[in-house]
Design a protein around this ligand. Structure first.
Ligand SMILES: *Cc1c(COP(=O)(O)O)cnc(C)c1O
Length: 293
C-alpha cells in the first residue's frame, strides 16, 4: 500500500490564498495523520506479533485507523474504553461501527493487560516515538513541494490533540536544516497550551525543536459542539470544496484566522483526515441544532 505523497492544493478562503496538504487523500481507508503515525507499523515486519492492543475513546480516529492496520497485517485487535454509551452499543455508527466491521474487539474498563511477546501495545492516539518515522516522510514531502514551488518562507499550521504530529513535524524541519526552514504553528484542541507544552516535552526535551503554540481567544472543550465550529466547517466546504474534520479543524481554522500575521507569509494547512469521524459528529450536530441544519 503506497500511502505517501499526498497532493498539495492552492486554495482561497476568506479572501486569502493558502495551501492545503491533503493527507485526507492518502488512501481511502488508511489516511490522515494516523496513517502517518502508524506508517512504521505498516511498513516494518513484526513476525512475532499476533495482536494489537490500544485504548482511548469509543469514537477515536486512532481506534479506527488501527483497525485498518490490524486487518492489513492480519492481527487481532483489542481496544479498551473507559466507558461505552448504551446508545452507541445499540446503534453502532462512525469510527466505532467501522472498527467493529474490521474485527476490533471492544473491552469496557481500562485494565489493559500487560502485553505479551506476541502483542503490540499502541498508546492512546498513537502518541509514541515510532510516529516519527511516518511524520519524517510528511516533512520531506512538504520540503520537496516547497522547493518545487520556489517558496522561500513557509508557515505550516495544524491543530493538535496529543501534539505528536506537530512536534515530530517541527523536529523534522529543524534537524540539520538551513535557516529558511518552515515555521510550524499549532493550537491545542485537547487541554490548554500548558498541557500541550508538557506533551511536547515528553516526546522531545529540546525546546528549540518545539512548534509555536497559538492561544485561541475562546476556550473550546474537546468534543463539545459549538455553532461557530459548525458554521466555519460549512464555510470551508463551500468556499474550498473540501470537507474537513469536525473535531479538530474548526477550532484550528478559527484560531488560524485570529492570527492574520501568519497568513501574510505563504501558509500550508495540513488536512489530517478524520472524515469517518464526521459521521458521528454530524449526527450529534443534527440532534443538537436540528431546527437549523
Ligand atoms: C488525531 C487527529 C489530530 C491530532 O493529532 P495529534 O498527533 O494527536 O496531535 C488532529 N486532527 C485529526 C483529524 C486527527 O484525527
Amino acid at each position: 500500500m503506497n500511502i505517501t505523497n499526498s497532493p498539495t492544493e492552492k486554495k482561497s478562503f476568506d479572501k486569502q490564498t493558502l495551501y492545503i496538504k491533503r493527507d485526507d487523500l492518502l488512501s481511502a481507508e488508511f489516511s490522515g495523520n494516523k496513517a502517518r503515525k502508524f506508517y512504521y507499523f505498516l511498513e516494518k515486519d513484526f513476525p512475532k506479533v499476533k495482536k494489537v492492543l490500544s485504548y482511548g475513546s469509543s469514537q477515536s480516529n486512532a481506534m479506527y485507523s488501527l483497525s485498518v492496520l490490524a486487518k492489513i497485517k492480519g492481527w487481532k485487535y483489542n481496544y479498551y474504553v473507559d466507558h461505552l454509551s448504551s446508545y452507541l452499543e445499540e446503534n453502532p455508527h462512525g469510527n466505532y461501527k467501522y472498527s467493529l466491521e474490521n474485527g476490533m474487539k471492544i473491552h469496557v474498563g481500562r485494565d489493559l493487560p500487560f502485553p505479551t511477546k506476541d502483542e503490540l501495545l499502541i498508546e492512546e492516539g498513537g502518541r509514541q516515538k515510532e510516529a516519527e518515522y511516518g511524520i519524517d516522510l510528511l516533512a520531506k514531502e512538504i520540503l520537496e513541494w516547497k522547493e518545487e514551488q520556489e517558496i522561500d518562507e513557509l508557515n505550516v499550521f495544524l491543530p493538535s490533540g496529543t501534539g505528536t504530529t506537530t512536534l515530530f513535524l517541527a523536529k523534522s524541519f529543524s534537524v540539520g536544516m538551513p535557516p529558511s526552514r518552515p515555521t510550524v504553528y499549532t493550537v491545542p484542541c485537547v487541554g490548554d497550551a500548558e498541557y500541550l507544552k508538557k506533551q511536547f516535552l515528553m516526546l522531545e526535551e529540546n525546546e528549540d525543536f518545539h512548534p509555536k503554540i497559538l492561544t485561541p481567544s475562546k476556550k473550546r472543550h474537546f468534543g463539545k459542539l459549538y455553532r461557530e465550529s459548525y458554521n466555519i466547517w460549512l464555510k470551508l466546504r463551500e468556499e474550498m470544496g473540501i470537507e474537513f474534520d469536525l473535531l479538530y479543524d474548526p477550532h484550528g481554522w478559527l484560531t488560524l484566522l485570529e492570527n492574520p500575521e501568519i497568513l501574510k507569509t505563504p501558509t500550508l494547512y495540513i488536512h489530517q483526515g478524520g472524515l469517518i469521524g464526521n459521521e458521528s459528529m454530524l449526527a450529534r450536530y443534527q440532534r443538537k441544532y436540528s431546527e437549523n441544519i
